[in-house]
Design a protein around this ligand. Structure first.
Ligand code: TRP
Length: 511
């Protein structure tokens, strides 16, 4: 069966593809703007804590689950668990939901490359291009189609022939381009104010960027959601990529490298984006409190203003910047599409059929494009077809535009819930030992084993409950209800899984 599933050509190819999946809009857009919103340095600390104690653990678990079963998520969960076999559905549904808006954002990058290229010949576009693009439905649909076409070609090319090949060139290129942008950003006068915002504790408030630091619990929710999204976790992507990985490879090391690289790129993106936005604001006499760091506008409006103010040369930096964001978006989108493709290909193989990869990917591309077209036409809520307007609802964060609607289900609910349940499944039902055996592949490292057990049983479920509560509050606005829902989820699932298996767990821990 392995032969028609495909596999990675080399471990470095796998690593670059996994890093490509992780490094995406989440790093270059989400990380800086969530850091901007959540008060700089504290966010960074919480983020790093979560990446090590939760991200690394789930990363290793997902890769192990994929490699152990050699299956796409639905079949993989079925193979190891009787209680949580349905969890795989989350891991297929969420990538699909994410792709409906990821594809639109990817398209926006193409739009910005085009306008910056045109700017080279005079009339550099400024931040107002964002609004113009959002309200131009034909332009939004055109670039969406372009983005999906690129993704189709790569994913149809196969695991090693398409995905691995793209990332082998794309990831190093992205890194170099990011460095170029950082040098330009940090040499702008007043860029140091942006660096202080990021790295000096308390400076976000003292420097006048935000009025009041958000509560730790809000920061935890935001950072947790961001960390999961950024590392491509709890969505089947790493299970799928792990399923193509050779048994020889060391999963602890690989997971560590992926988490490290993803965090590094997020930080570098922050260092490129935040100082540029802050410096440009200060240099143009905008009071720091009014510099827009916190929202979707950061990437497509604030930064375009920065390039605009550099004059024609800004067009070159604009092209480099949006090209690097486009590569990041493609390398992530193809991982989301691969989860879906792998599912259908494996499912057919189970019934003894061989599906044509190109046909499967074409259908997936078409369905995503159709729903993506709704998100594109909505223009982040600019064009009066938001869920709230269509269904005559009171406006809330989950229904203020179609992007938020799909994001709420995937990133807001399924991702934290999925991760929590995965930890309960490993900690309670199947036992950490099964996972550790696959992770280590014979050679146990006593330190990592202890760390893994502790985190998967105690830290991950607890943190995920808080993250779930934070996400629910973010989308639905009612803190008390969110906490109650999260607590109830936790209690029900703990009762059903952890308690009956407590004995087994104890034995497992003693071995
Ligand atoms: N990690 C990507 C980003 O940071 C997004 C992404 C790609 C993703 N594949 C995923 C998120 C799978 C969750 C699951 O932009």
């Amino acid at each position: 069966m392995e032969n028609n599933r495909g596999s990675w050509n080399s471990n470095i190819g796998f690593l670059l593809a996994a890093i490509g999946s992780a490094v995406g809009l989440g790093n270059i857009w989400g990380f800086p703007y969530k850091m901007g919103k959540s008060g700089g340095f504290t966010f960074l600390l919480v983020y790093i804590f979560l990446a090590v104690f939760v991200g690394l653990i789930i990363m290793a678990s997902e890769l192990a689950l994929g490699r152990k079963t050699r299956k796409a998520p639905i079949a993989a969960y079925k193979a190891v668990s009787s209680k949580y076999s349905w969890l795989g559905w989350f891991a297929v549904l969420s990538p699909f939901l994410i792709m409906t808006f990821y594809s639109v954002l990817g398209g926006y990058c193409i739009y910005y490359i085009i306008i910056n290229l045109m700017g080279l010949f005079g009339g550099m576009p400024d931040g107002s291009s964002f609004g113009a693009m959002l309200t131009s439905i034909p332009a939004s649909l055109g670039v969406l189609l372009g983005f999906m076409l690129i993704c189709f070609i790569i994913v149809a090319g196969g695991v090693s022939g398409g995905i691995e090949k793209f990332n082998k060139i794309g990831m190093p290129a992205l890194f170099v381009m990011l460095l170029v942008i950082i040098v330009r950003a940090l040499t702008l006068p007043n860029a140091v104010e942006g660096l202080k915002f990021m790295f000096v504790p308390g400076y976000a408030v003292r420097g006048g960027f935000i009025e009041e630091a958000p509560s730790l619990i809000t920061v935890l929710g935001t950072a947790g959601g961001q960390m999961f999204f950024s590392l491509s976790l709890a969505m089947g992507a790493m299970i799928t990529y792990g399923s193509y990985l050779s048994k020889e490879e060391n999963l602890v090391k690989n997971s560590g490298i992926i988490v490290f690289a993803d965090t590094l790129v997020a930080l570098l993106a922050g260092i490129a984006v935040i100082p540029a936005a802050v410096a440009n604001g200060i240099n143009n006499g905008i009071p720091v409190a009014n510099i827009k760091l916190n929202g979707p506008g950061l990437l497509f409006s604030t930064l375009q203003d920065v390039f605009h103010n550099m004059g024609t040369i800004g067009g070159i930096f604009g092209v480099i910047f949006y090209l690097l964001v486009l590569i990041a978006a493609i390398s992530s989108a193809i991982s989301l599409m691969e989860v879906l493709a792998a599912h259908f290909i494996d499912k057919a193989a189970e019934q003894g059929k061989t599906l044509d990869r190109k046909k499967v990917v074409l259908i997936i591309t078409a369905v995503i494009t159709v729903i993506g077209a709704l998100v594109a036409a909505d223009g982040l809520g600019s064009n009066h077809i938001t869920p709230a307007e269509l269904f005559k609802l009171k406006v809330n964060t989950w229904n203020d535009c179609w992007l938020d609607f799909f994001d709420c289900w995937s990133e807001g609910i399924m991702m934290p819930l999925g991760a929590m349940l995965m930890a309960l499944m490993i900690g309670g039902e199947i036992g950490p030992k099964v996972m550790l055996d696959e992770i280590h592949n014979g050679e146990h490292s006593p330190f990592f084993s202890k760390f893994y057990r502790f985190c998967v049983i105690y830290v991950v479920p607890a943190v995920m409950c808080l993250v779930l509560a934070g996400q629910l509050t973010d989308f639905f606005g009612n803190q008390v209800v969110s906490y109650i829902i999260s607590a109830v989820c936790f209690i029900i699932f703990t009762y059903h899984t952890l308690i009956p298996d407590w004995k087994k767990l104890g034995q497992d821990g003693n071995e």
